[in-house]
Design a protein around this ligand. Structure first.
Ligand code: AMP
Ligand code: MG
Length: 415
């Protein structure tokens, strides 16, 4: 039996990325870009006004003040999106809107609130420094700049930047197709819920959702019966995917044929059994570099082992560098007893309480208790060498989602 750390290292060292594909920038959201993006032009493309006001020569209004306006002759009106036709000369100003190009000759914009227009022209009631209220061409991005590096995660900000650069398609890491095989004679499809003696194949749904959440494409192979022929057929079918994930049939029961079948079709078993709970019978193999995960069948075990092993593998395969969930420290609200030698992944809820971060378990922790996952927003990780953790101790907590109320800063939310 190997440790969680050994298992993870073994898996990750066997993962290489797939190729790239060109997709439109909105489809690229949340994915890793596989090319450097250089600016093909300046952003903004021209000097433009940051205010509604008057473009003028700053020297012309030296000494202007509330009681001492300077009167300028208005030569032109420049709405946003229009090109100025005239050059601003001494004693002149152009009315300008936010975002409109600054006309030749002008070196500052005075905001409209500091002006008053009448038949004589415009009265300017304040001085302006050179460059005031002007956004210079290329001040955001300069023509030729490396704006987004290969390997960057594309977030909404990058989406906006790519569009500003006129880049509508980008090269991103391909999404892996992840084949999901459920195994067990007791399993029935979702519409068979309620059949006596049968259990709904929920693993194929929770696993498909987990695959989708980390950027893979689930491929449902369906339910394999507990016999070698059907298992072999389903595993062969799954070989067209980039990753294979099966659940159940990896323990030591009479009908646990998954490992045998994997070997029959040329999958090399890299390891079987990990010192962990839940998830001990976890199996990992490869076939010509293709990773094959034989997850345990209990609904919690399959989800937890997906979290610990398959998710980081998918993220690595798709070019991500941050492949692990965030780990924080929290104060345990109750005693935890455990077996020495195994790493425990306990479902928990973490929350803020005053200055402290508190974590409690979600109650009953059996590996068939899927509700323990439903109630959880984190996994409490208790290391191998411990057999008891006292309430009040600090423990490691792996954050599964953002449902904990860390952001409820009273100052931020009060009005
Ligand atoms: P096994 O490892 O085959 O002994 O399965 C362990 C437990 O997980 C059994 O109670 C199964 O009924 C349950 N189980 C296996 N596969 C699934 C599945 N796809 N969906 C829900 N429960 C499952
Ligand atoms: Mg079974």
């Amino acid at each position: 039996m190997i440790t969680v750390k050994e298992a993870l290292n073994h898996i990750l060292s066997s993962i290489s990325s797939l190729g790239f594909e060109k997709v439109d920038i909105l489809s690229a959201l949340g994915r890793i870009i596989g090319e450097d993006v250089y600016a093909p032009r300046n952003i903004p493309p021209r000097d433009n006004s940051a205010m509604d006001g008057y473009a003028l020569k700053s020297k012309d209004i030296t000494g202007a003040g509330p009681d001492n306006p300077v009167i300028l002759n208005v030569i032109e009106d420049i709405p946003a999106g229009y090109t100025p036709q005239k050059t601003v000369g001494s004693g002149e100003a152009a009315r300008i809107m936010t975002g409109a190009p600054v006309p030749e000759g002008a070196d500052a914009v005075v905001m409209v609130e500091e002006t008053k227009s009448d038949d004589a022209g415009v009265r300017i009631y304040a001085e302006a420094a050179e460059g005031q209220n002007i956004r210079y061409a290329g001040e955001d991005v300069r023509d030729g700049d490396l704006v987004i590096r290969a390997g960057t995660l594309l977030r909404p900000a990058e989406t906006g930047m790519l569009s500003a650069l006129g880049c509508s398609f980008v090269r991103v890491y391909q999404k892996p197709m992840v084949a999901l095989i459920a195994t067990g004679d007791e399993l029935i499809g979702i519409d068979g819920a309620g059949s006596p003696g049968k259990i709904v194949n929920s693993n194929s749904y929770s696993l498909a959702a987990q695959v989708m959440e980390c950027g893979g494409i689930p491929l449902q192979i369906g339910i394999a019966k507990d016999n070698r022929d059907d298992l072999t057929a389903k595993f062969r079918d799954a070989l067209r995917a980039d990753i294979i994930v099966s659940s159940a049939g990896v323990s030591v029961g009479d009908y646990d044929f998954v490992k045998d079948v994997m070997e029959d079709i040329g999958i090399k078993i890299e390891f079987w059994q990990v010192a962990e709970r839940p998830g001990k019978p976890m199996t990992f193999g490869t076939r010509e570099g293709k990773p094959v995960f034989g997850l345990p069948g209990n609904p919690v075990s399959s989800m937890i082992t997906f979290e610990q092993y398959v998710r980081p593998a998918i993220l690595k395969m798709t070019g991500h560098k941050d492949i692990f969930r965030k780990i924080i420290r929290a104060k345990l609200a109750e005693d935890i007893k455990k077996k020495k030698g195994l790493r425990y992944f306990i479902r928990g809820r973490v929350r803020n309480q005053g200055e402290s971060v508190i974590v409690e378990t979600t109650g009953e922790q059996g590996s068939g208790i899927l509700k323990s996952m439903v109630l959880a927003n984190c996994i409490i990780i208790i290391p191998e060498d411990m057999d008891f953790v006292r309430a009040g101790s600090e423990v490691m907590v792996q954050i599964l989602d953002n449902s904990q109320d860390f952001t409820k800063d009273p100052e931020y939310l009060s009005d």
